[in-house]
Ligand binder design. Structure first.
Ligand SMILES: *Cc1c(COP(=O)(O)O)cnc(C)c1O
Length: 954
């Protein structure tokens, strides 16, 4: 035997690792669809009119080791300075057990949004802890389970105040002491709604009668701690509501805004253990009064009971708010920041109330000592009272200070020609203070004596605003302080949940595919984690290279000319896209164009977003096949031709079909003066096969947390970049720290920058061929499932060729009449079989939408189909009376371990209840609670940790 033919280079195994089915499986699956090759299948699926529009011009994929080496080299171009910029972003320590057991743990990061409460009790508990943490620290009655960032949370607060305020004036007063990025996003968000944002000094404001609301920052962006007690009273007297953007760490020492009358408290939880990451992702928080809870944006976890009367958590009332209220929804937020909220809540749990105030005290002491030293060095510290942030009128020119800082690898905040800003944080110590003194001292001057100053310096918190109310008294914040205990708590919660690390999550429209370890590894490298979003550009060369390359990759995948990575969720991409359309029309003197056509089948974020962008929604009907009714579209487009702004359409359709007439649909819109927004949530069916930018789209958002492998995180983070044709490029979001200054939609220039390496790695490893193959396999798997299940459940929509795209809708409505079994019962019964339910009742009530993705092996697809078929047999047994119509395993699903012990009163066996197939004996998922009662929870709304005694008694 000779070795002559052994390969020498490293092979790219990644494509085959990402894709579930093996070659032999693919042949079997193809046979079931009646095709002999992937190309033949896709040729039948993709409509003739859009074939060949893909221009996926990307190099061949690279193996995992090579791609990791390449991204390491890019990361190395980022410079890690010591950041004292502050402005809402602070270095912090991510406790190692949280880093390893939560942030880097697929049991946490691959979970889906907890719409199915029975398989989500772990992350729901963690989010309830987050809500409790926020409620306690802000002094408010109710807090949501996270928003996208502080600036967008402030924008949500603005519209929230507008809805609820008794004062109907059109203006919103915003303190000039708010963070500049917050002001920018507020300006963007106010304009289309006709809200006037008045930025000024609240101290000089006497009369509030002209404002429906007020936004303050506490402590101020530059450090001062204002006493807002009298001001809030005056605002309330004029009928205005008061929102306060607050710093969580400061609130451990300061009177919480809830105690001086704030109506909303919002901010960022970043410094509770989440890396800077060049701006995100971080969890924002939003807290308010109990009376306003039904108007709160975002998701809210509440306590309810299960079928057995035991406490059980679930998302409360607003869960699917946009889907129900559409253009009347209070907000378009869908994906939020669950993973980051969980990190923040675990950080608080690990440190406990004493640990947190200890950290805050230390940061404040260091800042006080720093201030004294700066004064000794001849500089003027502007604040009398502060927490961790100072603005300093420098004795020598500010340029010299910044240059000296730069020479020591320190970043200070650039304020103006006379002042610099600086903030301290939990990673600071004596050495950091002395390094700052050295920067301010200039060459040759001796530094203040730290020990002497420490002995002589008292606190600089305002005595009348010291916090007196205790916080985090709940047991959960007082018992997991050893690493062993925390590790086990994290494990215990993760074990309650069903994430991708256990089984497939066949969610139509949500694309739960592999989040490969090699894609995930770079995100926790300090080269990406430790950069401040407002650090000078030359320190972020690695990020700029990465984002530049990623933009080009996404242009190649979509056929668009430019991409903005700033939107930090799909909903925000939709918003940025509609604003680009709005800006384009205005630039042509057609700002009257404000009608947005949206098919009735659209995702709820579409109409909610159109409303936020100041557009009026006109609904277009769908035909019996689930396609856009082109005649209705034409009629409405022509009727509104003078005012038509846009069509928002999802492609392939939300019904999982490649509509044949998409080009015509786009042309009708264009002919009547509108722009075409193609919602790219279904891009997983298209990459490498067809490109929205080439068949009529003017703009699309992509969900990088769907198609491009960013994990769902249990409900966020996400990234929702938009691609646009060149005529819309001038209207992409800008940012105060980018060339184009106006129109920011996120707090940070690149939104959730630190998770962009995931998508870069995915595309780099797959290459053009691999991405195309992934789309083909996604289509094959969906058609395979449709074929296997169609004789058991009707597949609701197919294309004219009888094929579906990358997902299929199973119609369960007929079963309701014949057996009494609902789509809910089937979804819950799937839990007994170890599966997460498919998407329920979207886009059609009473149906399940299944999207398998390319990453699931044939074995897993078969396991799912077998479960669905077995469930169909159970339904049949209910239909023909073999199973009781009311007391059967479907109606009672899911079954918990606890209900197996003691008396068993059901007419079916325990075996059928929990081991309906023998294969489950080898690895069974046990739901921790029985079916959750939603109505009870909404009637008895409780959204913070109950005292532990409540759980023990129940
Ligand atoms: C997921 C989805 C969205 C919203 O994206 P988020 O990132 O959750 O804001 C919009 N449209 C469709 C069709 C989707 O599936």
């Amino acid at each position: 035997m000779s070795n002559a033919h052994l390969p020498l280079g490293t092979e790219n195994e990644f494509i085959a690792r990402h894709i579930g089915p093996r070659d032999a499986d693919i042949a079997t699956m193809l046979a079931l669809t009646g095709h002999d090759s992937l190309d033949s299948l896709t040729a039948s699926v993709i409509p003739e009119s859009i074939k060949g529009t893909s221009v996926l011009d990307l190099p061949a994929g690279q193996g995992e080791a090579d791609a990791l080496a390449a991204i390491k080299a890019i990361a190395a171009k980022n410079q890690q300075f010591r950041n004292h910029i502050g402005q809402g972003y602070y270095p912090c320590h991510t406790p190692a057990p949280i880093l390893r057991n939560l942030l880097e743990n697929p049991a946490w990061y691959t979970a889906y949004t907890p719409y199915q409460p029975e398989i989500s009790q772990g992350r729901l508990e963690s989010l309830l802890n987050f809500q409790t943490l926020i409620g306690d620290l802000t002094g408010m009655q109710i807090a949501n389970a996270s928003l996208l960032d502080e600036a967008t949370a402030a924008a949500e607060a603005m519209t929230f105040c507008k809805r609820l305020s008794k004062n109907k004036a059109p203006a919103f007063f915003v303190s000039r002491h708010c963070h500049p990025q917050t002001l920018d996003v507020l300006r963007t968000r106010a304009e289309p709604l006709g809200i006037e944002v008045v930025i000024g000094d609240e101290a000089a404001l006497e009369d509030f009668s002209g404002y429906f609301g007020v936004l303050l920052q506490y402590p101020a962006s530059t450090g001062e701690i204002g006493d807002y007690r009298a001001l809030v009273q005056r605002a309330h007297a004029a009928g205005a509501l008061v929102a306060v953007a607050a710093d969580l760490l400061a609130l451990t020492l300061l009177t919480p805004p809830g105690e001086f009358g704030a109506d909303v408290v919002l901010g960022s939880a970043q410094r509770f253990g989440v890396p800077l990451g060049f701006g995100g992702p971080h969890a924002a928080f939003f807290a308010t009064r109990d009376a306003f809870k039904r108007d709160m944006p975002g998701r809210l976890v509440g306590i309810s009971i299960d079928r057995h009367g035991k406490p059980a958590l679930r998302l409360a009332m607003q869960t699917r708010e946009q889907h129900i209220r559409r253009e009347k929804a209070t907000s378009n937020i869908c994906t939020a920041q669950v993973l980051l909220a969980n990190i923040a809540s675990m950080y608080a749990i690990y440190h406990g109330p004493r640990g947190l105030s200890g950290i805050a005290r230390r940061v404040h002491r260091l800042t006080s000592i720093l201030a004294q030293g700066l004064k000794q060095l001849g500089h003027t510290v502007e604040q009398q009272h502060f927490f961790d942030t100072l603005s300093v009128v420098t004795a020598n020119p500010v340029d010299e200070i910044h240059a000296a800082a730069n020479a020591r690898s320190i970043n200070l905040r650039v304020l103006d020609e006379l002042r610099v800003g600086l903030s301290l944080d939990e990673t600071c110590d004596q050495a950091s203070v002395e390094a700052l003194w050295a920067v301010f001292a200039g060459p040759g001057r001796s530094l203040p004596d730290f020990a002497a100053l420490a002995a002589a310096t008292g606190d600089c918190l305002p005595p009348e605003l010291l916090r007196e109310t205790p916080f985090l008294q709940h047991q959960v914040f007082n018992r997991y302080h050893s690493e062993t205990e925390l590790m086990r708590y994290l494990r215990k919660l993760a074990d309650k949940d069903l994430a991708l690390d256990r089984s497939m999550i066949p969610l139509g429209s949500c694309t739960m595919k592999l989040n490969a370890a090699s894609e995930m590894i770079p995100i926790t490298w300090p080269e990406f984690g430790s950069l401040h979003p407002f650090a000078p550009a030359e320190q972020a060369q690695g990020y700029l290279e990465l984002t530049g390359e990623l933009e080009a990759m996404l242009c190649a995948a979509t056929g668009y000319d430019s991409v903005s990575l700033q939107p930090n969720a799909g909903s925000q991409g939709e918003y940025a896209g509609l604003l680009a359309i709005r800006g384009y029309h205005a630039s042509r003197g057609e700002s009257q164009r404000d009608i947005c056509l949206i098919p009735s089948s659209a995702h709820g974020t579409n109409p909610a977003t159109a409303q936020m962008a100041g557009m009026r929604v006109v609904v277009v009907t769908c035909d019996a096949r689930g396609n856009v009714d082109v005649d209705d579209l034409r009629r409405k487009a022509e009727e509104h031709r003078e005012r038509l702004a846009a069509l928002m359409i999802t492609y392939p359709s939300t019904h999982g079909v490649f509509e044949e007439r998409i080009r015509e649909i786009c042309a009708i819109t264009h002919d009547n003066g509108g722009q075409v927004y193609i919602d790219g949530a279904n891009m997983n069916a298209m990459v490498g096969l067809c490109a929205p930018g080439r068949f009529g789209g003017d703009v699309s958002h992509l969900n990088l947390h769907k198609t491009f492998c960013i994990p769902h995180g249990g409900g966020g983070p996400g990234v929702g970049p938009i691609g646009v044709k060149s005529h819309l490029a001038p209207f992409l979001p800008g940012h105060g720290h980018m060339q184009r200054k106006a129109g920011a939609v996120s707090a940070a220039p690149f939104g959730s920058a630190s998770i962009l390496p995931i998508t870069w790695m995915y595309i780099r490893m797959m290459g053009g061929e691999g991405l195309k193959r992934a789309s083909q396999l996604a289509i094959l798997s969906a058609n395979y499932i449709a074929r296997r299940l169609e004789e058991h459940y009707p597949v609701l929509y197919t294309g004219e060729n009888g094929l579906v795209a990358h997902e299929c809708i199973l119609d369960l409505r007929p079963l309701k009449d014949s057996s009494g079994i609902s789509v809910d019962d089937v979804a819950k019964r799937l839990i007994d079989y170890g599966f997460h339910a498919p998407t329920m009742s979207f886009p059609v009530a009473g149906t399940l939408m299944v999207e398998p993705t390319e990453s699931e092996s044939k074995e897993e697809l078969d396991r799912f189909c077998d479960a669905m078929i077995a469930i169909r047999e159970e339904i049949r047994a209910a239909e023909n009376g073999e199973l009781d119509r009311d007391d059967n395993p479907l109606k009672n699903a899911p079954h918990t371990a606890a209900e197996l012990v003691g008396e068993w009163t059901h007419p079916y066996s325990r075996e059928l209840a929990v081991y309906p197939t023998a294969s489950l004996i080898d690895g069974k998922y046990w739901p921790p609670v029985g079916r959750v009662d939603n109505v009870y929870g909404d009637r008895n709304l409780a959204c913070a940790c109950a005292p532990m005694s409540a759980y023990q008694e129940a």
